[in-house]
Design a protein around this ligand. Structure first.
Ligand SMILES: Nc1ncnc2c1ncn2[C@@H]1O[C@H](COP(=O)(O)OP(=O)(O)OP(=O)(O)O)[C@@H](O)[C@H]1O
Ligand SMILES: [Mg+2]
Length: 92
């Protein structure tokens, strides 16, 4: 999941720029969950981006993997940039 999300940030967030930052954060969320966040401060998502109807294969796989772990996938619009947040229960 992290590999795909970092690859996406590298491909789409900083187009036309020489580089940019990508943050990967793993954190405990309360007693039961772990969150994995991949965030950039790039161009932001296309207007028609819909997490529920992924167009690309990559986001589809990330969604399936989150499901398989009984977790969830969310996207947050940052200003600037985008954050993808995977939340996974620690004990499946
Ligand atoms: N971090 C991001 N910043 C801006 N746009 C993004 C970002 N991540 C994804 N996108 C947009 O979401 C679209 C769907 O991503 P997805 O990974 O599903 O497909 P893809 O990367 O185009 O192809 P694939 O992953 O199958 O090689 C991308 O084409 C891109 O437009
Ligand atoms: Mg992709």
């Amino acid at each position: 999941m992290v590999n795909e999300l970092i690859t996406n940030a590298a491909k789409y967030a900083y187009q036309g720029q020489s580089g940019g930052k990508i943050w990967v954060t793993v954190a405990r969320m309360g007693d039961d969950d772990v969150s994995v966040s991949v965030r950039d401060e790039g161009a932001g998502l296309p207007a028609d981006f819909d997490l529920r109807k992924p167009k690309g294969f990559g986001m589809r796989v990330v969604g399936f993997l989150a499901q398989q772990l009984k977790g969830s996938l969310a996207v947050r619009v940052r200003d600037p940039g985008t954050e993808f947040l995977v939340t996974i229960p620690r004990h499946v």
